[in-house]
Design a protein around this ligand. Structure first.
Ligand SMILES: *Cc1c(COP(=O)(O)O)cnc(C)c1O
Length: 414
């Protein structure tokens, strides 16, 4: 008898981006002469940089030779890459991370989705609202979220931390009367993502330190998604949670080569789990994740890990920084253009995302339709990321500069 996982059936239907695609396709069929500019989806557009292409080519040549051919990669990652990551990504920040605490993977989406497997089914999960949907949906699939309220878009067992204009789109500690959860629920697992997708907001090092102190106090784990770390331009914004004191006992950090080096189609990421994070019985989360990787993952491809290593080379750093500068020039154009047109905007300084308040109290979807019809520009409705995203809208800096300028000119002329 076929019996499906009932928890999967709890997931609410239509996915944000398929709804957007349907609306855009319908509009474009009805208006074949209109040039639509897409500033909606969070995918890079610049090709892989020359240093990465060169590393890929030479790794492919190695695979053609019996002496240098590589079979299965070690499931936790090649040490050449794990050591390079420690040297180049963490040491310069003063972060005390060892190579064997770095787990190489095929990307941050799978890691941020799979990491919940190592926690008990009854842990309380806290997420920002708006949120990167993977964090919530994977906990739904694991049967951890209680019941869904279609009206509010909230799960009964999830602790939501609203990120609004009032708090600068950075969540407040879930402190209630007893100093713990706002509704007296203490989170066990806290998902944070800074710089943030979708809001583009960041957190200062001092504010992140408060989160680390809080997590250590209530024995929670922070899952810190640093996929946009490379976009940080301001000095007091931490690049890693391990810049904070005490993070080694409470923080898992997830990183990706997708947004900093254009690996969205090439696939490479990594997760750091310090050996100091333990449960009450002394079990290391590190051991559980190693076991999970060993059983369910057969390693990222050798040629892709060589490409990842090349990102950290001198040329790789210079070339990928140029790509980021290109996107951030777009971000600046969007941010300043919208400001001058009277919009209330945030983000776009340490992240490739601009978060705007919809004008005239339009809902997120009303503004989506308005922008599509009147300016032929596609963005992402904020409500798609959670109830606190209602009345907001996300534009991304990943388009071409020419299209970005044109899109903003059209918006200004509305
Ligand atoms: C894009 C993105 C990722 C996914 O990265 P991949 O490595 O391509 O899977 C992870 N987290 C956030 C917040 C993202 O926006």
């Amino acid at each position: 008898m076929i019996k499906v996982n009932q928890d999967y059936l709890k997931l609410p239907g239509s996915y944000l981006f398929s709804t957007i695609a349907k609306k855009v396709n319908a509009f474009s069929e009805a208006n074949p002469d209109k040039k639509i500019i897409r500033l909606g989806i969070g995918d890079v557009t610049q090709p892989l940089c020359p240093a990465v292409i060169e590393a890929l080519h030479s790794a492919v040549d190695e695979m053609a030779n019996a002496e240098t051919f590589m079979g299965y990669a070690p499931d936790l990652g090649y040490s050449f890459l794990r050591e390079t990551i420690v040297e180049k990504a963490f040491k310069p920040l003063g972060a005390d991370i060892k190579a064997d605490e770095v787990f190489v993977s095929d990307g941050a989406k799978s890691d941020s989705g799979n990491i919940q497997e190592i926690f008990a089914k009854d842990v309380k999960v806290a997420v920002c609202d708006p949120v990167y949907p993977v964090y919530v949906d994977t906990n739904v699939m694991a049967g951890r979220t209680g019941t869904y309220d279609a009206e509010t878009g909230l799960w009964s067992d999830v602790i939501y931390m609203p990120c609004t204009a009032a708090n600068g789109y950075a969540p407040e500690l879930p402190k209630g009367q007893d100093g713990f959860g706002s509704d007296n629920r203490v989170p066990d697992v806290i998902y944070l993502c800074f710089p943030n997708n979708p809001t583009g907001a960041t957190i200062t090092k001092d504010a992140l330190q408060e989160w680390v102190d809080y997590a250590n106090k209530v024995n929670a784990v922070i899952i810190y998604d640093a996929a946009y770390e490379a976009y940080i331009s301001e000095a007091d914004v931490p690049h890693s949670i391990y810049e904070c004191e005490g993070a080694r006992t409470c923080a898992i950090e997830i990183r990706s080569f997708s947004k900093n080096a254009g690996f969205t189609g090439t696939r490479l990421g990594y997760t750091v789990i310090p050996k100091d994070i333990k449960d009450a019985d002394g079990n290391m989360l590190h051991s559980l994740w190693a076991r999970r990787h060993g059983t369910k993952f057969n390693g990222a491809p050798y040629i892709v890990q060589k490409a990842g290593e090349a990102v950290f080379s001198e040329e790789g750093q210079r070339q990928t920084n140029e790509q980021i500068a290109y996107y951030m020039k777009n971000a600046k154009c969007i941010l300043e253009g919208l400001k001058s047109a009277g919009y209330t905007v945030s983000g776009g300084v340490n992240a490739p995302y601009i978060w705007l308040k919809t004008p005239d109290n339009m809902t997120s979807w009303e503004f989506f339709d308005f922008l599509l019809e009147k300016a032929n520009v596609v963005g992402t409705p904020g409500s798609g990321f959670g109830p606190s995203g209602e009345g907001h809208f996300r534009l991304t800096a990943f388009g071409s500069y020419e299209n970005t300028v044109e899109a903003i000119d059209r918006i200004k002329n509305l």
